[in-house]
Design a binder for this molecule. Structure first.
Ligand code: SAM
Length: 184
């Protein structure tokens, strides 16, 4: 069995957006308790899976874990140095919920932008990025920023997210190496 119900969301994201190939290196941000790590490890076979969380992640076969706060620049730098290049960067990070819609949205966008920074640091050309975010007024700007760095961006709402109606995932497909010039 999987450690979290979230595992089914990642399965569906992979079926929708074709994220994983055998041999891929995957970084999973906000990975505790580890459901996404289990799915990623199954799908990359001989590849490498690295999970990061500020909470403890119980050990999993074939998975490396790092404990730290992803908003900490030192943790981001450590991760980039340790992993080198990655094929997929995932973030299921979520803020502590206050129930105040705009605040929870803003905090989720902040975490997604931190994950985006990590992705820009480590993703190989053609690599993919997934970040959870709660819907709200800053979503379009975030999506546009991701779109400038990838071939295209998709918005995916997995069935397993239906109860949490404002939750969705932004998927950047195909990291581009050079910025797109107007007219390209
Ligand atoms: N995808 C996971 C799974 O399948 O088991 C579930 C992730 S859970 C929804 C969100 C996680 O994000 C929590 O474990 C939380 O500790 C982590 N998180 C939130 N903010 C973080 C931060 N700044 N740095 C590291 N982890 C963070």
């Amino acid at each position: 069995g999987y450690r979290s119900r979230s595992a089914y969301k990642l399965q569906q994201l992979d079926e929708t957006a074709d994220l994983f190939d055998d041999g891929d290196t995957v970084i999973d941000l906000g990975a505790a308790p580890g459901g996404w790590l289990q799915v990623a490890a199954e799908r990359v076979g001989t590849g490498r899976v690295v999970g990061v969380d500020r909470q403890r992640i119980d050990s999993l076969d074939g998975v490396e874990t790092v404990r730290g706060d992803l908003t900490d620049e030192d943790v981001q730098a450590y991760l980039a140095e340790r992993v080198g290049e990655a094929d997929v960067v995932l973030s299921d990070m979520a803020p502590n919920m206050t129930g105040e819609y705009d605040l929870d949205h803003a905090r989720s966008v902040y975490l997604a932008r931190q994950a985006f920074d990590v992705a820009l640091d480590v993703l190989a050309p053609g690599g993919d990025f997934v970040a959870k975010v709660f819907d709200g007024r800053d979503l379009d700007a975030l999506e546009a920023d991701i779109d400038t760095e990838f071939e295209y961006v998709q918005t995916v709402r997995p069935d397993a997210s239906r109860d949490e109606s404002s939750e969705l995932y932004l998927v950047g497909k195909g990291r581009m190496t050079a910025p797109v010039e107007p007219g390209d």
